[in-house]
Design a protein around this ligand. Structure first.
Ligand code: SF4
Length: 411
């Protein structure tokens, strides 16, 4: 897995693959690498994750597609975890990942003891933000360091100049209000530990203050530039600034969100892939409005790109959840362009509905609207409504291409 460490190498897009379906679409929509975990010892225990059989299939599919695999083995290990972790590694040792990501040095030691030859990536959970720490981990055998989200652009430039490590940063997705997940809030309130991959995201719940003698009188707790900022972070989006980060010598851009939908994995991947491809050319400014619109059509909280550099200027803003489009489903057959296709359904739709079809971006943006004219299923025959969880044969008013994802704009 060699991305190079200079300022003239193409920056990779590293996409979230919470399950096999999301992995497939991240690959088809332009990922250079995908990251995923098994059903143990990764920091998203509630993501669907992969069984051993699915991991083997995923590695095979990625290899055939020319996409790299980063396996997550990044939970922090208690003493009691050491023996189970060692036996889990025995089961996956022959799968030949391009890289394995760890946080705990013990995990690296166990991987080496199992005889697994791979590249090591250091997780953002280790909060690396300076060149001395990068050099330390580099000399400990790590090829790529995922920097803490709190690292500034100037610090990235300094790290690039002083080290030969590959540098990865997060470009998109949810932020913690603690240093990259080093947080006890979830464990305290729900018993689910963020450091074991089981965060229940209580920093995003709606809180109120109640004065003891005035029960029922709820006062909202909101984020404020000069007051408490412990609750409800905004989401990260560096789309407008990625040229600066490419120039700074970042090797890879990581998209957060293994728990999010197939639509999220695919659409964020294609937008950042396209933006990296356009960086440094006139096409960047031309397409920026399209990218911003697409990122706005993914469910999110208000975006910020200020976390890295402008801690003092985060504006006063409440952080509602923004949802402007519904993911309806994806084309489930491998056929050529056709008006009649199979669709796996995620949200119900009906005959007469107008939906957007979106596609991977190659030479051109092929997205278009289409109208559903007919819905059939093998079980019930002709119907007017397609329901989530099943595959239907759907006819549109115009041809649909392969790899289509469908969404409906919420009015
Ligand atoms: S509770 Fe919030 S800040 Fe804490 S680890 Fe979870 S997402 Fe991050």
């Amino acid at each position: 897995m060699d991305s190079g460490t200079g300022r003239n190498v193409r920056t990779e897009i590293v996409s979230p693959a919470g399950n096999a379906e999301k992995l497939r679409f991240a690959v088809r929509y332009g990922a250079d690498a995908v990251y995923f975990g098994g059903d143990e010892f990764n920091l998203r225990v509630r993501s669907d994750n992969f069984t051993l059989e699915e991991i083997g299939e995923a590695v095979e599919f990625c290899r055939k597609s020319g996409v790299k695999t980063v396996f997550l083995f990044n939970a922090f290990l208690h003493e009691k975890d050491i023996a189970p972790a060692a036996s889990y590694l025995e089961k996956i040792k022959r799968l030949n990942f391009d890289a394995i990501m760890v946080s705990d040095p013990a995990a690296k030691a166990l991987i080496e003891a199992a005889g697994i030859e791979t590249e090591f990536h250091l997780s953002t959970q280790m909060s690396v933000m300076n060149h001395l720490a990068v050099k330390f981990w580099r000399s400990a055998g790590f090829k790529r360091i995922v920097l803490a989200r709190e690292t500034t652009l100037d610090e990235i430039r300094a790290i690039r100049d002083a080290t030969d490590a590959e540098i990865e940063i997060f470009v998109h997705g949810a932020l913690c209000v603690a240093y990259s997940g080093r947080c006890l809030l979830s464990r305290y309130l729900t018993g689910r530990s963020a450091n074991q991959g089981d965060c229940s995201q209580p920093c995003r719940w709606n809180y109120s203050l109640v004065e003891k003698k005035r029960p029922g009188n709820y006062l909202d707790v909101i984020e404020h530039g000069s007051g408490t900022e412990i609750l409800s972070s905004m989401d990260l989006s560096l789309i407008e600034k990625i040229g600066d980060y490419i120039d700074a010598g970042v090797s890879a851009f990581k998209i957060e969100g293994r728990m999010k939908s197939v639509y999220y994995a695919a659409n964020t991947t294609r937008i950042y892939r396209h933006a990296v491809d356009c960086a440094g050319t006139g096409a960047f400014a031309e397409h920026l409005p399209f990218w911003n619109r697409e990122l706005d059509l993914i469910s999110h909280r208000p975006y910020t790109n200020d976390l890295f550099n402008e801690f003092d200027n985060i504006p006063f803003e409440s952080v509602p959840y923004i949802k402007k489009a519904l993911f309806m489903g994806y084309r489930a057959d491998d056929g050529v362009q056709s008006r009649e296709i199979d669709v796996k359904v995620f949200n119900p739709f009906s005959v007469g509905d107008i939906v957007d079809a979106i596609y991977p971006i190659k030479e051109t943006i092929m997205d278009h609207q289409c109208i559903i004219t007919d819905i059939r299923s093998a079980d019930i025959g002709i119907t007017t409504v397609a329901r989530p969880g099943s595959v239907y044969t759907v006819t549109f008013d115009r041809p649909v291409y392969s790899n289509a994802l469908f969404r409906k704009i919420i009015k």
